[in-house]
Design a binder for this molecule. Structure first.
Ligand code: NAD
Length: 476
């Protein structure tokens, strides 16, 4: 059993080179729930050196050997799923039922998706009758992950990197590091060779930056804020390493007049899910004018009916937001919405009644929002919905695309032609329509300032590969 203050380097749990502890806060009650270490340069160097040393042999292992280890990992993950659900629920406030089903479930679901995609994956491809294209692992990969969907993000990076023959150093979010520690235990239990997977806890300015500039790191795969994505890209530029970015979003959800009331309640629920802390949350609800008043009423009522409570409560509800910093940021942005003249129809500043401790936010709805207002432009990352009216299909598309982000947009209409026509015109990596979730292994990622890579399944595997063309593979 690992100690929370240790790192996993070269197949062993080790103490940090220099002690530097950091308290993990349970957002449901604001109490310290664990203490980790923040690594420094010596720890980063040790982890990168272990990954570099393991790369030559790991990259030459057979696909069958790697598949067997991934299947073993899935077995371990499933057998210890309850530990994982409890860890995430405590560290970032996901309600326990949701943590089991969605937060923990996302990890095993993506792992299964990668196993399926990898089974049929061809590293050697014929280009012409005499020329081969060889896909080869890029090398040592630094994986830097956020706190909002911890296991989703870690699995989406660590599994394809390792499957394709790369070796990795994971730096989980220091705000929610317990799931990452547990995942390192799973990797150890599954039996991956020493150095293939390494994990160092730390913050962005420390281990995060050290990995980004490290000359022996070939690629950084990052999920988090656009702010950090820019800093990492600049830091990585001097060594010209590959940088894959999954960043923020400000998704539009276009509700056409024929969508129906169910689509309205779905739209509110989808925004408040995970307490609004999802990069792909549909936070701008664009409503066709003829149903606007009804939609505002329905989503406002849904917000008022959304129960907020501690993560340990069973049943359907939303938990706190992750930290005091996030709580303060969200409160500030709700106030900005009020000050810039949006109409507050549910929620507002302050905690919900009866909740005095913990980072709880009232599910909030602003109506009559203009797309130029700050609450329509900034990623709030809390349960705050901005409702914007539109008159024509063209106007809806224009508003939806008028954002620096381009992660996920949403469309609600039973009209097949209209849905497809609009989906083609939305500038985003994903368009979710009529509440239909994406299939296992679908490519996840963004256009514009939402990032530049794709995760999951086949596309996710290809992210970690170099492409080599070899002529004369067979005689002409
Ligand atoms: P964050 O950017 O503050 O931190 C993410 C990770 O980056 C953490 O591990 C952090 O320690 C590290 N980090 C911070 N600054 C760094 C730096 N200068 N150099 C290297 N590493 C650094 O983001 P967060 O608050 O943890 O997560 C929320 C953000 O993540 C939101 O903007 C959200 O939209 C985004 N997100 C995107 C996706 C996606 O796939 N597009 C998924 C989940 C979350």
């Amino acid at each position: 059993m690992a100690k929370n203050t240790q790192f996993y380097i070269n197949g062993a749990w080790v103490d940090p080179a220099v002690a530097n502890t950091f308290d993990v806060i349970n957002p449901s009650d604001e109490e310290v729930c664990a203490t980790i270490s923040l690594g420094g340069q010596a720890d980063t160097d040790a982890a990168v050196a272990a990954a570099k040393a393991a790369f030559p042999s790991w990259s030459q292992t057979s696909k069958a050997d790697r598949l067997a280890l991934l299947k073993k990992l899935l077995e371990v993950y499933k057998s210890r799923a309850e530990e994982m659900a409890q860890a995430m629920s405590m560290e970032m406030g996901a309600p326990i039922d949701m943590s089991r089903a969605n937060q923990t479930g996302a990890g095993s679901w993506h792992l299964e998706g990668f196993i399926k995609a990898f089974e049929g994956f061809e590293f050697d491809r014929d280009y012409t009758a005499t020329e081969k294209t060889l896909l080869e692992p890029i090398g040592v990969c630094a994986l830097i992950t956020p706190w909002n969907w911890p296991m989703n993000q870690i699995v989406l990076k660590a599994v394809p990197a390792i499957a394709t023959g790369c070796t990795v150093v994971l730096k989980p979010s220091e705000i929610a590091p317990l799931s990452g520690l547990l995942f390192a235990e799973f990797m150890h239990e599954a039996g991956f060779p020493a150095g293939v997977f390494n994990m160092v806890n730390g913050d962005g300015v420390g281990v995060g930056s050290q990995l980004s500039v490290h000359p022996d790191v070939d690629m950084v795969s990052f999920t988090g804020s656009s702010r950090a994505g820019i800093l990492i890209s600049k830091a990585a530029a001097d060594t010209l390493k590959r940088v894959s970015l999954e960043l923020g979003g400000k998704g539009a959800n276009i509700l056409f007049a024929d969508a129906g009331e169910k689509a309205m309640t779905y739209s509110a629920d989808r925004c408040f899910r995970n307490t609004g802390q999802s990069c792909n949350a549909p936070t701008r609800l664009l409503v066709e004018r003829s149903i606007y008043d009804q939609a505002v009423e329905v989503v406002a009522q849904r917000a008022k009916d959304t129960h907020v409570g501690p993560a340990s409560d069973e049943g359907k509800h939303i938990g706190p937001v992750v930290s005091e910093a996030q709580f303060d940021k969200i409160q500030g942005l709700i106030q900005v919405g009020i000050d810039e003249g949006a109409k507050l129809v549910a929620g507002g500043t302050g905690r919900p009644d009866g909740l005095n401790r913990g980072y709880y936010v009232k599910p909030t709805v602003f109506a009559d929002v203009n797309n130029q207002m700050e609450i329509a432009r900034t990623e709030i990352f809390g349960p705050v919905l901005a409702v914007i009216p539109f008159d024509t299909e063209e106007e809806a598309i224009e508003i939806a695309n008028d954002t620096p982000y381009g992660l996920t947009n949403y469309i609600q209409t039973p009209d097949d032609e209209k849905r497809r026509r609009v989906a083609r015109q939305l500038r985003s990596g994903m368009v979710e329509t009529n509440g239909q979730g994406f299939a296992q292994g679908s490519p996840f990622g963004g256009y514009k300032q939402s990032g530049n890579g794709r995760e999951g399944g086949l596309y996710g595997l290809e992210e970690f590969l170099e492409v080599k063309a070899v002529s004369g593979w067979t005689k002409a």
